[in-house]
Design a protein around this ligand. Structure first.
Ligand code: ZN
Length: 116
């Protein structure tokens, strides 16, 4: 089973539509005749396949859970997969947690209280 629609939505909202590493918005602007181009990718923190760079240690049904996914641009997804010694599971979990806290703090800072 792949990543569910719900897990996907949770991941993208919590990441604010931004790459967790470079903080770039992971869609391009659209044009008058074309939709935006999406280059955000849902990267697995603990890899899905046995041969992946960060495989093992997580039960199969948790692999595609949003808690095991990190939103990255295509460049940083490749970098993470190519540099597994640096981007290990612990580091990716920390990057994800820091990024989601940062997004939350930006949203909270701009929030006007509802008029009562
Ligand atoms: Zn990026």
């Amino acid at each position: 089973m792949g990543v569910s629609e719900k897990s996907r939505k949770i991941l993208w909202v919590q990441a604010g539509g931004l790459c967790a590493i470079c903080k770039e918005q992971v869609i391009t602007p659209g044009t008058a005749s074309d939709d935006p181009s999406v280059f955000g990718e849902e990267a697995h923190i603990v890899a899905r396949s046995g041969g992946g760079p960060r495989a093992g240690g997580t039960a199969e049904d948790l692999i595609n859970h949003h808690a095991n996914l990190i939103l990255l641009c295509s460049k940083d997804h490749k970098r993470v997969d190519d540099q597994p010694n640096h981007f290990n599971v612990d580091r990716l979990r920390q990057i994800k947690a820091d990024h989601e806290l940062w997004v939350r703090s930006l949203l909270d800072a701009d929030k006007e209280p509802f008029p009562t």
